[in-house]
Write a protein that binds this ligand. Sequence first.
Ligand SMILES: NC(=O)c1ccc[n+]([C@@H]2O[C@H](COP(=O)([O-])OP(=O)(O)OC[C@H]3O[C@@H](n4cnc5c(N)ncnc54)[C@H](OP(=O)(O)O)[C@@H]3O)[C@@H](O)[C@H]2O)c1
Length: 305
Amino acid sequence: MMMNDNQSTERYAVVTGANKGIGFETVRQLAASGVTVLLTARNEKRGTEAVSLLHELGLSKVLYHQLDVLDSQSIQALANFIHTQFGKLDILVNNAGASGVIVDEDGLRALNIDPASWLSGKATNVVQDVIKTTYDTAIECLNTNYYGVKNVTQTLLPLLQHSTSGGRIVNVSSLRGELWRIPNEQIRKELGNLEGLTEEKIDGFVEKFLHDLRNNELEVNGWSKMLPAYSVSKVMLNAYTRVLAKKYPEMCINCVHPGYVDTDLNWHTGTMTLEEGAQGSVMLALLPAGGPSGCYFDRTQVAEF
Ligand SMILES: NC(=O)c1ccc[n+]([C@@H]2O[C@H](COP(=O)([O-])OP(=O)(O)OC[C@H]3O[C@@H](n4cnc5c(N)ncnc54)[C@H](OP(=O)(O)O)[C@@H]3O)[C@@H](O)[C@H]2O)c1
């Protein structure tokens, strides 16, 4: 489609999993800075209610569109909508996430774990009885946090390439995805070597992890014991971010740990506000031309993968 002048200077963004939590706040901050934002959610009621809240705050440039990152048809419908309505996309924030575990929330509260123990990994052994990873929850987590991001990104890439300001992709990751946390040295080495990294190789690591999970061999093969599927999903998301950034040097493609934020995802154990949690995503979404790409940020600061 042809764009008129207004459309070519206007910036358009998509935020996934934006009906609540960090995604919702990311939409709010982007819209407040003048970007037209598609607030996407898998559930229409939750999504439209979230949009209404933002309209009440005077943020009229927020629109709802359905998006389940596990559903290819839903992803394609979003791409079709952007193509016909805007003709391009400037910003994609891959924010939707799943924890990959089943939690006994009362049991967890009773343990009364302090934030420092969560972050340092000291709580790992203590939580094993109340936070469980099953094969099904692991699959859902990897499909959402890793394959879901890949599918959404692949489908929206042609629209991002039409951005006149150079597309921006922000992959919301986690400190659980930092390489030093993986006990297996060989895995750390291979994933840390950008020269040898390919999408196929990263997919292979995901399959190896699932194989080890099925065979009850996670620990013996040196995968993280803390939130194993979630950690692996974010490790692989970071690696994918680097491969993608190398392939599309004209864009700014980065991943970010939002901080330890008070949301449903961590059963409200987080200590930071949503406003603080969205700052990294928003900064990377609004990077000026020539900004960093292929980097990992701890909130707004560049950090080691
Ligand atoms: N909170 C933290 O401390 C923290 C730390 C590190 C990283 N993160 C990352 O930050 C991101 C946002 O998490 P949050 O803490 O804001 O959690 P949250 O409040 O639980 O939000 C997660 C969002 O993802 C959506 N979602 C899940 N599966 C989806 C799917 N298949 N399709 C579309 N949307 C889906 C959820 O939708 P429903 O409401 O429909 O379930 C919800 O909107 C995640 O990627 C998470 O891993 C958070």
